[in-house]
Write a protein that binds this ligand. Structure first.
Ligand code: ATP
Ligand code: MG
Length: 550
């Protein structure tokens, strides 16, 4: 066990490293095989492992097995504890633990009281101890799968984790005998997973990563410039996430049940509520794949069995508040990054809730057609949103596991990420410099002289109002009695991004170009923001070069 403050370190040649995503709701483990990331199934065959521990007669259960105990062993079942790490009791939100073991105030920090032994009194477990026990189980599953002891991991963290939370997570992992190679930010892990694909084109782009989980939705706007990732803005929300979609279905089915069984509300009894919740989550997941889901619980309340069905349209109607909240969250963070939806090249949907087809469809509507929406229902080649972060973490682990701990520490601050396509560690910094761009321009067909002008580009959003429609005649109006007819819908303004030429930065004349030759223009932005511009004939000698001071 590592003493407080001391970090567990393993020699590079002794390491066996994995990527680990430890969420409040689910966790995933990934490794790399031949440089590609693979998410590992645990002994229950799960790749999304519920972040839950349950104690029954002194036995410890985890994952799906532990989740099942929420019905009849709720008090000894620990859920939704990841975010409590490194937090004071007074600043946590215990909402998601109300139907499980309750967090308690232990001298200002968070603890749980559970009967974890077959006999004797209940134990008081600090949240750090709970996390350690849970991580130990994940590491065990990974070791069993790989057939060798896993020693090290790259873990993912939300962008708003404090230093104290990071430290507590590292300590909890170390106590589970796991070396933490690096903590990387969840949205960066998502982007890494996409950028590591062999077919990925690494061009400069603005990306929105919407990580929609169980208890929280985190959205980030990331600029990718020359292989460097810059987080431009983030937003965090705890009201519009997976559990809120479960709740919508719980209320829906509870009301259905009450139509048939007057005065019996399954939400008023703890066990009934737990059954209602588990089946609602299953129905919700089924609605991501099919357009209909069945709902069936034996002895839901007062010994009465209940069966029902729901279709996707009905679900989307009852869930519209939550779905609308997610839309606003995404739109808001694009604004706070100082960007317009037209500036976004790609939207990566990550986290379990991102399987929801309506959410991907809403993103499709919010963003222009040129924006790629990376979600299973809008792009068949999208990566499973539940696996993205673990994959990104595993890729990162495989890159840095060969380095000595000190070297890793120095070059991989939580805000720094190494990516496969460049050899040096790169920074997630607020300005993506130094940067270098090279472009090739066709010279005049017959050869001759050219003048190259390098100008500043400015964009603005051009709004075109739709053509006003001719007023309808009275008799037409009478016939048209549908409220939802397409004609009645107001046409939206047409918005497009247009480039304006700004100030001229440099001019260069190249004389005597050969027939059919090209001109290469290189723009170098140094760390001090000084700009060097060079222009030359491709394959030719000499060229023109000039500096613009920062
Ligand atoms: P958090 O930390 O926010 O609690 P997490 O990061 O631990 O969440 P994720 O696996 O990203 O967890 O998301 C879990 C949520 O995704 C749960 O609410 C789960 O019901 C939901 N979910 C998983 N699969 C699907 C699916 N196929 N369709 C819809 N929702 C799904
Ligand atoms: Mg998550």
């Amino acid at each position: 066990m590592a003493a407080n403050g001391e970090r567990k370190a393993v020699a590079p040649d002794q390491r066996c490293a994995i990527g680990l995503t430890f969420g409040n709701s689910y966790s995933s483990i990934a490794c790399t095989i031949d440089d590609s990331a693979v998410v590992i199934a645990n002994e229950d065959g799960d790749r999304q492992i519920p972040s839950i521990l349950s104690y029954v007669d002194g036995e410890e259960y985890t994952g799906t097995q532990a989740k099942a105990f929420l019905v009849r062993n709720a008090n000894n079942t620990l859920v939704s504890f990841r975010d409590f790490l490194g937090q004071d009791f007074k600043s946590i939100d215990p909402t998601h633990c109300h139907a499980a073991a309750h967090p308690q105030d232990a001298n200002g920090s968070v603890a749980f009281s559970v009967q974890d032994k077959a006999e004797g009194d209940a134990s008081t477990l600090s949240v750090s101890e709970v996390a350690t026990r849970y991580i130990r189980r994940l590491v065990q599953s990974a070791s069993d799968y790989l057939g060798k002891k896993v020693t090290s991991a790259v873990l993912t963290i939300p962008t708003n984790f404090t230093d104290k939370q990071c430290e507590a997570l590292i300590q909890a992992a170390n106590n589970a005998d796991l070396e933490v190679l690096q903590l990387i930010k969840e949205p960066v892990a998502d982007v890494l997973a996409y950028d590591a694909r062999p077919e990925a084109i690494l061009e400069d782009k603005n990306i929105v990563v919407a990580d929609l989980g169980g208890t929280r939705s985190d959205v980030a706007v990331i600029a990718s410039r020359g292989g460097m990732y810059t987080i431009l803005a983030t937003a965090h929300d705890y009201e519009f996430a997976g559990v809120h979609l479960d709740k919508v279905l719980m209320d829906h089915f509870a009301k259905e049940f009450m139509k048939k069984n007057k005065d019996v509300d399954p939400r008023e009894n703890a066990r009934s509520l737990a059954k209602l919740k588990a089946e609602s989550e299953s129905a919700k997941k089924a609605l991501s794949i099919g357009t209909n889901a069945s709902f069936s619980v034996e002895s839901l309340a007062e010994g009465i069995d209940f069966q029902s069905t729901i279709n996707r349209l009905r679900y989307e109607t009852v869930a519209r508040n939550v779905l609308g909240g997610i839309n606003r969250l995404v739109e808001g963070v694009v604004k706070s990054a100082g960007l317009d939806v037209l500036d976004i090249d790609e939207v990566i949907l990550s986290g379990g809730t991102s399987h929801t087809p309506r959410i991907a469809a809403n993103m499709r509507n919010i963003f222009p057609e040129s924006t790629q929406i990376q979600a299973p229902s809008t792009n068949p080649s999208a990566i499973n949103p539940s696996e993205l972060q673990a994959r990104g973490a595993a890729l990162q682990a495989s890159l840095i596991q060969e380095y000595e701990t000190e070297d890793v520490d120095q070059s991989t601050h939580p805000a720094v990420t190494t990516v496969a396509h460049i050899t040096n560690a790169i920074g997630v910094v607020s300005t993506a410099v130094p940067a270098r761009r090279t472009i090739h321009i066709n010279g005049p067909k017959e050869g001759g002289d050219v003048l190259i002008k390098v100008i500043e580009g400015n964009t603005h959003i051009k709004v075109t109002k739709p053509e006003p429609k001719p007023e309808k005649k009275d008799e037409e109006k009478d016939e048209d009695d549908s409220d939802f007819s397409d004609d009645e819908e107001e046409e939206e303004d047409k918005r497009e991004k247009v480039w304006k030429s700004g100030e001229t930065l440099a001019e260069a004349a190249i004389r005597g170009l050969k027939k059919g030759s090209k001109v290469e223009v290189t723009v170098n932005v140094a760390a001090d923001l000084g700009v060097t511009i060079a222009a030359r004939e491709v394959g030719g000698k000499g060229g023109v070069r000039g500096n613009i001071a920062a």
